[in-house]
Design a protein around this ligand. Sequence first.
Ligand code: TXA
Ligand code: MG
Length: 303
Amino acid sequence: METRVLPFSDAAIVEAARLILAGEPVAVPTETVYGLAADATRGEAVARIYEAKGRPSFNPLIVHVQDLDAALKIGRFDDPALALAQAHWPGPLTLVVPLRDDAGIASIATAGLATIGLRVPAHPAMQALLRACGRPLAAPSANASGAISPTRAEHVAKSLGGRIPLIIDGGATERGLESTIVAATGGSLRLLRRGPIEVDAAEDAGGKVEAPGQLASHYAPSKPLRLDAESAADDEYLIGFGPVEGDASLSPSGDPVEAAARLFDLLHAADASPKARIAVAPVPHRGIGLAINDRLRRAAAPR
Ligand code: TXA
Ligand code: MG
C-alpha cells in the first residue's frame, strides 16, 4: 500500500475523514504524539489499527471525542471526573470511566472492558478530523508495536509507511509525551500513567503504573476455555473460525481482521450462554492472529 503524506489542511481532513468512514486507519497529529485513528464504533476499523501496528496483543485504546458532551454520551462521569474534564479538556488528559451500555463503542476498542479511556484532544488537526467524521475515534500512538512514539510525520512514515493509507503532517507535536491517564471508576481517582498534566491522584498499585492489557481486571470469561478446538463437547459453547462453524463464528470466511473485531463480543456471548465451558477454533498464528491468540491464551490460562 502507498502511504500518502498530506500537510494539515481542510482538504487533507476531508480525505482523512473519507478514509476513516471507509474503515481505514489514518495517522493524525495530536498535541501529545501522532495517533493512528480509526472509527471507534466499528470493530473492523479498530482491528485495522492493530493490524497496521503489528501489535501482538490487544490493549484498551483511548477513544477521542470532540467535546465533553460527546464524552458524557459514552462514559459515566462522577463529580471528581467531571471536575478534571472541565479543568483540562481539551488537552492531554485521558479519563478512564465506566462505559455506558448504549455507547455504541466496538468492544475491541476497550478490549472488552466495562470501562473506557476518553480524551478530548486540543490539536486543531485531530479536532477537525473528529468534527469531519462526526464519531468517536480510537487512536493509539502511530508507531509499529514496540517502537518509539512518533512526534513528527516522518517518524510515522518510517514506522508505518506502506501499512496505512494516509498521514496528516502537522509538524512536530507540542507536548511529545502521551497523555496523563487517570481512572475514575471506583469513587477515588487513580493515576494510571504519568504525562503532561499533573493530577492530584494516588498512583495505581503502589506506584507501579501497569499496562492494563495485562491486569487481572482485564475481561476474562468466567468459564474454562479450550483452545484449538475443531468441534464442541456437549457442554461447550464453540466459537468458530473459518471452516469450524461453532455456535457463533469469529469469521466464517476466515478473515483475521473480522475475527479480531468480533473476539470480545463472542467471548461475552459464550460467557453468557447456558453452556458450562467455552471452546475456540484455531486461528492462524500470523499478522493480527498473533494478537488474537495472545488474548485467547490469557483467557484460557488457569486462574
Ligand atoms: O496522548 C495519548 O494518549 C495518545 C494520543 C494519540 O492521544 N494516545 C495513546 O494511546 O497513548 P495508547 O493506545 O498508546 O494508550 C492507551 C492506554 C492503554 O495502554 C491503557 O494504559 C490506557 O490507555 N487505557 C485505555 N483504556 C483503558 C481502560 N479502559 N482502563 C485502563 N486503562 C486504559
Ligand atoms: Mg503507544
